[in-house]
Design a binder for this molecule. Structure first.
Ligand code: SAM
Ligand code: SF4
Length: 337
């Protein structure tokens, strides 16, 4: 990889004075699941040459890290289905400026990779889990095997990451009756859990998103019927609001793009699997990093300047609305959730 001049202490600061310190890198749009809220049943995936190569992804990580980014989350699609992905974690794990190297996964491959990820320098893992009922889990993911994911969660706990967090997307009349069971599952394992409001990304045919919408406030009310929650001063660089659950080591987070606008403190950008820098999850402002990288092979300065320049495009806020047709036609697996 090319040397990069880091003497210039430029940071990534947008027009609204927000500094970007957190990047979510999508390493593939492919996945071994087909979650109803994320994908349509028959997805067309990108041809391989359209994806950033692992080397290109490492260069992107390095360039961001030279600009004050200290947290990288690897996501997808399902990151652990990408061939040789551990190599990328090893590269990023060696970058001194990256203090927090994290992964979002559906857990299906974790039983194979948990130890390697830990050795590569991954600090924290988010594992998606929407149901503890095997049949329902299989319905929501269309193909997933709950047993395998539970095995993956156990492997991650055994590997000793700093933090493990479950992510649950709650849909009314699909899994909202499992909120307390999911919380109990997290408490038993001393891990955290976040509940995510479904976002209208991409057109799906399994359900109307307005019918399944279940707000974070409703989730919280359900939890408070059994547990007492204390507002936590824990702040990750993500958009969750955290609460500690009394008499446990578990925190519960609420990610609420609809009901609570989290844009004001936004510190992050995303890079899609095909190398599009997305300045906002809920908007289309973007820069084609793949084009810049491939037109200027080895010239990380060019990439660096493009990232600084791109900050001018970061919009003030997203425009999600479950009650109208999605304005964002990208699916979550393309975006990197
Ligand atoms: N495959 C990995 C996984 O499932 O964790 C990583 C990628 S996935 C796109 C990242 C997160 O986005 C998951 O927690 C998933 O539940 C969530 N997600 C996917 N589609 C969503 C949607 N339409 N609204 C809200 N969350 C969504
Ligand atoms: Fe795959 Fe994750 Fe999307 Fe589910 S949410 S289909 S596991 S990318």
């Amino acid at each position: 990889m090319n040397k990069l001049d880091t003497s210039n202490t430029n940071k990534l600061i947008d027009r609204f004075g927000r500094q970007v310190t957190y990047v979510r890198l999508s390493v593939t749009d492919r996945c071994d699941f087909r979650c109803q809220y994320c994908m349509s049943e028959n997805m067309q995936f990108l041809p391989r040459q359209k994806l950033l190569t692992l080397e290109e992804l490492a260069s992107v990580g390095k360039t961001f890290s030279s600009l004050g980014v200290n947290k990288i989350r690897i996501t997808g699609g399902e990151p652990l289905v990408r061939k040789n992905i551990i190599w990328l974690f090893e590269q990023l794990g060696q970058m001194e400026q990256i203090k927090d190297l994290t992964l979002t996964t559906n857990g299906s491959q974790l039983h194979k990779y948990a130890k390697n990820l830990k050795s590569a320098g991954v600090t924290r893992i988010n594992i998606s889990l929407d149901s503890l009922k095997a049949k329902r889990f299989n319905d929501i993911t269309r193909v997933g095997d709950l047993k395998q994911v539970l095995k993956g969660i156990d492997s991650a706990i055994a590997a000793g990451f700093d933090k493990i967090k479950l992510n649950s997307v709650i849909m009314k009349n699909h899994n909202h009756d499992e909120i307390l069971d999911l919380v109990a599952f997290a408490i038993e394992r001393n891990i955290d859990i976040s509940f995510i409001e479904e976002m209208p990304l991409g057109i799906i045919n399994s359900h109307g998103r307005d019918k399944t919408f279940y707000s974070s406030d409703e989730v919280r009310k359900d939890i408070e019927a059994k547990y007492s929650l204390n507002s936590s001063n824990k702040k990750t660089s993500g958009p969750s609001d955290y609460y500690d659950i009394n008499n446990s080591d578990t925190s519960v987070g609420f990610i609420s793009p609809h009901s609570h606008n989290f844009c004001e403190n936004c510190n992050r950008v995303r890079v899609t699997a095909e190398g599009r820098l997305l300045l906002c999850l809920g908007q289309e402002h973007s820069v084609d990093l793949r084009d810049i990288i491939r037109r200027n092979p080895g010239d990380l300065e060019k990439l660096r300047n493009s990232l600084i320049e791109a900050m001018k495009l970061k919009p003030k806020s997203h425009e999600f609305n479950v009650n109208v047709e999605p304005v964002i036609l990208r699916y979550m697996n393309m975006t990197g959730g």
